[in-house]
Design a protein around this ligand. Sequence first.
Ligand code: FAD
Length: 397
Amino acid sequence: MARGEIGSALVDLTDEQRAIIETVRDFVDREVIPVADELEHRDEYPEKIVEQMKELGLFGLTAPEEYGGAGLDLLTYALVGVELSRGWMSLSGIMNTHFMGIYLLKKYGTDAQKERWLPRMATGELRAALSMSEPGAGSDVQAIQTRAVRDSDAYVVNGSKMWVTNGLRAGLVTLLVKTDPTADPPHKGMSVLMVEKEPEATTFEGITIPPNIEKMGYHGVETTELVFADHRVPAENLLGEEGAGFRYIMDGIEVGRVNVAARAVGLATRAFEEAIRYAQERTAFGKPIAQHQMIQEKLAEMGTKLEAARLMLLQAAKKKSAGERSDLEAGMAKYFCTEACHEIVTDALRVHGGYGYSTEYTIERLYRDAPFLLIGEGTSEIQKLVISRQLLERYRA
Ligand SMILES: Cc1cc2nc3c(=O)[nH]c(=O)nc-3n(C[C@H](O)[C@H](O)[C@H](O)COP(=O)(O)OP(=O)(O)OC[C@H]3O[C@@H](n4cnc5c(N)ncnc54)[C@H](O)[C@@H]3O)c2cc1C
């Protein structure tokens, strides 16, 4: 299973897609892998790497060509996500909410909104966060409390958002709010506002950003709260229709779920590579540990799970790329790939023995990064609810 042969039997990549993926892989080998452990331990934002990603055009991968992007599909984005996460998962985190913003603007934005934001998003000059979760509402998205009240030509926003990836550095936030708290069902009273703010400012016209949330892993990229107190958003920044925000976000979240599945495949690929190399170098009882059957069993299980995860990812990415409804496939890929990644990373740590517990070895970082994937863009439990709902509909008795 050569690296880069991801599901090659199942998917015909164009020459352009292959060239992009190879370019990103070389970039990751050359510029990311040598520094990722150190930056992660220091919880340092990878400024230089982000600049290089801009130069490579990665932020505009899926933005339409007429707005300066590369106009590529979500499959290409997913495969790029795998390569970046093989180097450092946080890089994919810097991109994911940005891509969800581009996806939603492309699909539901007005021409004026596209002209205003997409060209700068395509270059990476303007980067986007996406904020729906709150201190009291994560899985139960309809329970959010952040309120937007129409006041002549603006919406006045009040409330607190939680867990906003890229919350500080983003200049644009795709924000889920309640515009009608009396709506029944509640999702009919939810809308999306595109909120402009000053990147890196901790206070901005009624928006306050407290210090970054400290995390177990997923370092380098910031995760913040966003507190809104009478912040005015021009009414023209409403995305699509008032009351349709929940539907838009659920559509966008399928993009996010494909991305998280891609991150899991990238992280698991790296863990597998680290384990299989270590197993051939480390000796115990007079031979490389790779010659002990119980290590071989682990490698076989890891390799098989990894290949299965790659195939699940490809299926979901292809379906979403084709514009088809993909909640089942995206949910299955997110669930399977992230659980497989968690198991592969845990086994890779065991293969490293005591050294796996040392910060000198990359596996220690991967071990701390993997659990986030079980939670972000909907927990495994929520994926199972989505999957079973779809299956029961399809196999209705
Ligand atoms: C590092 C990080 C970055 C994040 N970035 C973002 C971001 O950029 N934007 C954003 O909007 N959000 C973001 N999130 C939030 C993330 O999406 C939520 O944490 C996630 O959806 C879970 O919500 P919760 O934390 O409120 O858990 P809860 O919803 O409180 O869930 C707690 C537990 O209960 C389980 N549970 C809940 N409901 C059910 C049910 N019906 N049946 C069975 N089990 C259930 C859950 O699976 C979980 O095990 C981020 C989170 C983290 C940790």
